[in-house]
Design a binder for this molecule. Structure first.
Ligand code: ATP
Length: 916
């Protein structure tokens, strides 16, 4: 076999290419594929060399603040302050280790997610079609591609059907390229080769079968390496906002530190080295250097929790946006409903036949109005059987479908009405087909009949088929004039029962053409309709109620009929009286009118992907934050436009997934609601991390600055400041990243999208807590000195007071607005209790262990003093609980929207104030 790259595959005939690759139309055998995989390696892009761990570790020392600290350590060392030098160095190392570990965990979580959404390819091996991981493809594999697929490797087309490919990743061309199996002249440039499909490009329309000619780095894209730089960075708008804030805060702290140093050394009589050490320690203490890392962890944990609930986040910002979602626009079939179809009724001009039974089991009772009705049902079922790509199989006692569920249900129906599927398929072999697509909403197949004539079988949306029909089948073989009113009524009747309705039609041709064209699907004879039952998912009904409770509107956008969609909307309780708008109506309204209509309506029926895009835009223009689901290639623009595009993991195309911020592993609406829940929790936790980090840092700094200003003895030594900041605060604060959601999280209104993280409420809370820390620490210090304690003991008491207050504050901050002083609140979580235990042990060692006493210049504390210190924590907790009560009474917090489980839509309700 020829090596991957040197052959001019585009100039070879398809058959010659196959021969050169030692392959055939049946595909490779598994053994041969395994051999080639060993030879050519997996079909993967080898990314940029990973940065070695030691370099990633050292990166943590490049921070200006750390450089500042290290220089202080060097100065301290050179002046003989060994303890300070060692403590500062240790702190720097601990900080780097913590940062390194945190970064690693966040990266790991994201890498795991990336592998969860690894794409699959449809491959022919040993004559059987299989779905394989793209990485397993080898040269010589036969792949089939359809609209929405991403081309998994470079391949030579063997058979093309109107295939259009978007090659912009490779060539930058914005217009999709038409491809074909015809060889290109040898000299054709890479961008113009019509017979080659290039890895990583997208199939926009049509279908093709192709043989893989190059994989991995041997592909064009691999050689250019343009995809390698698209490794997604672990950043989000929120992280950037925090990073910017952190940088400004650091700059401010450093300038303030210099001013303070000059002030202390010149206007107050501190020795300049002492002043320098304190100021350095203060700067380190006040700068929230761990904030971005802890917030990244919070996001990563959110991402992991969402994945556990089947919502796989592809872009980190989606986690934040999810929490702000105000409208979810969802597909119906398979997302809100189960997509487990059972054909229930067949209506023809001769009467109605109903079939009982559940699932896909081809067993059930028939009820019909006479032999004619049954014969009519058999005619319709025959079309359903011929115009069908699915297969039914019995596995572990259960009937399952390979392929489209509706087509599976049609096979079951055919058997129920007494057809012999095998002989029918053998008697009318399929010559060609036009696959279903959401644009023309039908599927058609061409069959050769034993008498030399041909039959076109069509199934699809009944209105579309009716508009293509001239006659309907009736008493005479030639058929009778189409009775549109009759069918309209029948369709609406079935739709009102919540049945999904499919129409069936045929056309006879005297001779058999080689292929079937769209123009042949005309002048049809309408045969009848079938109603399918596709019940709503139980969990979707619950999730819809939950969304309403959380102030989120749910809208159904479906390709299905208005009557069916309305009935299902009612079952799902989307609204008391769901307002339905059809795609045809959408066509007639202006963009301005659409803004109003988009908000009012609950259901959009017979909607196309273009309608989805207009709807997203209209809703966004109305100020909504929109989550939109989609699966098809044409859904990609709407998915991109939405604030969060949500692609279906099972039935979604690769194009839809690529355009989305999130993929649903189970295609289930309930998973979107779960992701919103987790998204809200993440945002809450981020707020908690901030409400924790800033006041603890600021409070500590203010206590020292107050003393510096007054020219009194300092309440803490530099080493002690670093102890509080780097050991106590960071250990306790990390717990907040793991916080479970508060119970009322889905009873609040969505937060405003552009809401500032440091809202007036947050600023107030930070100021209040900082003040409590400062006042309490200064008071303890003054009290101890007043009682004649020595300076070292007074300082030890201050550090212990900080420790106690931080522990109490941790309990308080876990509930930003709710009472923390409850049984559940006091019980904490394993993470909370673990961190408190660790900090308590460390603090006891700090106070009583001789070695620590030598390092930190601490003294043992008497029991009575210990109790007084404990009281500072209790008083702090009480003040904060009182503050929450007061804010609740003053109505600063929004009222909860409803009690969980109850039904309350947003429609008709005035908007409640957004979260503070
Ligand atoms: P959703 O509710 O998720 O938008 P949908 O199945 O209702 O999905 P489409 O897939 O666009 O929407 O289908 C629209 C219509 O096309 C269906 O109501 C049905 O009448 C018809 N249809 C769907 N699948 C097929 C098929 N495999 N063959 C023929 N017609 C089909």
């Amino acid at each position: 076999m020829t090596p991957q790259s040197s052959t001019a595959w585009h100039a070879l005939e398809a058959q010659a290419a196959l021969a050169q690759l030692d392959s055939s139309h049946q595909g490779l055998t598994d053994r041969e594929a395994a051999r080639r995989l060993a030879k050519f390696g997996p079909n993967e892009m080898v990314g940029r060399k990973a940065i070695p761990a030691w370099r990633r570790f050292l990166r943590h020392f490049s921070d200006p603040l750390i450089a500042f600290l290290l220089s202080a350590a060097v100065i301290a060392f050179s002046l003989g302050h060994l303890t300070d030098a060692i403590v500062i160095t240790l702190v720097v190392i601990i900080n780097a280790v913590v940062g390194f570990v945190q970064e690693g965990r966040a990266e790991q979580a994201l890498a795991a997610l990336r592998s969860m959404i690894a794409p699959q390819a449809h491959v022919l091996r040993d004559g059987k079609r299989r779905d394989l991981a793209v990485a397993e493809l080898v040269p010589g594999d036969i792949i089939s591609l359809e609209a929405g697929d991403r081309v998994p490797a470079d391949a030579r087309i063997l058979r093309a059907r109107n295939i259009l490919v978007d090659e912009s990743v490779l060539t930058g061309k914005s217009v999709a390229t038409q491809k074909s199996e015809t060889p290109d002249p040898v000299c054709t440039g890479m961008a113009d080769r019509a017979s080659i499909l290039y890895s990583s490009t997208f199939v926009v329309a049509g279908q093709a079968t192709a043989v893989v000619v190059a994989t991995g780095m041997a592909t064009q894209i691999g050689q250019i390496g343009s995809l390698l730089d698209t490794v997604r960075s672990v950043s989000t708008p929120l992280l950037q906002q925090i990073a910017t804030f952190g940088r400004r805060f650091t700059a401010f702290a450093l300038v303030a530190a210099v001013v303070l140093f000059i002030f202390a050394a010149t206007l107050r009589d501190y020795a300049w080295l002492d002043a320098l050490m304190v100021v350095v320690a203060l700067a380190v203490g006040v700068v929230p250097e761990s904030l971005p890392a802890v917030i990244t962890i919070t996001l990563a944990i959110g991402v992991r929790r969402m994945a556990a609930r089947q919502a796989i986040v592809r872009r980190l910002p989606a986690v934040e946006t999810l929490g702000a979602t105000t409208v979810i626009c969802s597909d119906k079939t398979g997302t809100l409903t189960r997509n487990e179809m059972t054909a229930h009724s067949v209506v023809t001009t001769a009467g109605t036949t109903t079939a009982s039974g559940t699932g896909y089991a081809p067993l059930g009772e028939l009820a019909h109005s006479g032999d004619d009705a049954l014969a009519g049902a058999q005619r319709v079922a025959t079309i359903g059987l011929l115009c069908n790509d699915a297969q039914l199989r019995l596995a572990a006692g259960e009937w399952r479908v390979d392929g489209d569920p509706m087509e599976g249900a049609l096979i079951a129906l055919a058997i129920k009405v007494g057809l012999d599927a095998e002989s029918l398929l053998a008697d009318a072999p399929r010559i060609d087909e036009i696959p279903f697509d959401a644009q023309h909403r039908y599927m058609a197949t061409l069959h050769a009949c034993t008498d030399g004539s041909a039959l076109i079988c069509v199934k699809g949306a009944p209105e579309n088929l009716l508009s293509l029909s001239r006659l309907q089948s009736g008493e005479t073989p030639a058929g009778q004039t189409l009775d549109l009113l009759l069918w309209d009524q029948a369709i609406v009747r079935a739709g009102e029962q919540g049945e999904r309705v499919l129409g069936f039609a045929t056309r006879r041709l005297d001779s058999t053409p080689h292929s079937l064209e769209v123009s042949d699907v005309a002048a049809l004879t309408f045969e009848g309709i079938v109603g399918f039952i596709d019940p709503p998912r139980e969990e979707a009904i619950l999730a819809v109620a939950q969304c309403h409770c959380a102030g989120i509107d749910v809208k159904m956008i479906t390709g299905d009929h208005a009557a069916t969609a309305a009935a299902i909307a009612l079952q799902l309780r989307l609204a008391e009286h769901p307002k339905v708008v059809t795609g045809a109506e959408l066509e007639t309204v202006t963009d301005g009118e659409l803004v109003r209509l988009a908000r009012e309506a609950n259901v959009f029926a017979r909607a196309t992907p273009e309608h989805k895009l207009r709807l997203v835009r209209a809703l966004q223009a109305a100020g909504e934050t929109v989550a939109m689901t989609g699966d098809g290639v044409n859904d990609a623009p709407a998915l991109k436009q939405a604030d969060i595009g949500v692609a279906m993991g099972r039935k979604g195309t690769e194009a839809a997934k690529q355009a989305s911020g999130m993929v649903l592993a189970d295609d289930n609406f309930a998973s979107i609601a779960a992701a919103v829940y987790e998204g809200r929790a993440v945002y809450d936790n981020i707020r908690k991390v901030i409400a924790w980090t800033l006041p603890t840092n600021i409070g500590e700094a203010l206590a020292v600055i107050t003393a510096l200003m007054l020219g009194s003895a300092l309440p803490m030594t530099p080493a002690q400041i670093l102890w509080i900041n780097m050991v106590l605060t960071i250990t306790l604060g990390l717990v907040l990243a793991f916080e479970p959601p508060e119970p009322d999280i889905m009873q609040r209104s969505p937060r405003r999208r552009n809401a500032q993280l440091l809202s007036p409420f947050m600023l107030w809370r930070i100021a209040l807590v900082s003040l409590i820390f400062t006042v309490a620490a200064s008071a303890i210090f003054a009290w101890a000195m007043h009682r004649g304690q020595d300076l070292a003991t007074a300082r030890t008491m201050v550090v212990n007071a900080f420790c106690v207050m931080e522990i109490f504050y941790l309990f308080s901050v876990r509930y930003l607005r709710m009472r923390a002083f409850t049984l559940q609140g006091l019980r904490g979580t394993p993470a909370v209790l673990g961190a408190i235990a660790a900090v308590t042990i460390a603090q006891f060692a700090f106070t009583y262990h001789p070695w620590m006493q030598a390092v930190f210049d601490t003294r043992p504390i008497a029991l009575l003093d210990g109790l007084v210190i404990l009281m500072t924590g209790v008083i702090m907790m009480l003040i904060l609980e009182l503050e929450k009560l007061l804010l609740r009474k003053l109505g600063i917090f929004e009222e909860l929207r409803c009690v969980p489980g109850s039904r309350s839509g947003r429609a008709g309700q005035s908007r409640v104030r957004a979260n503070p």
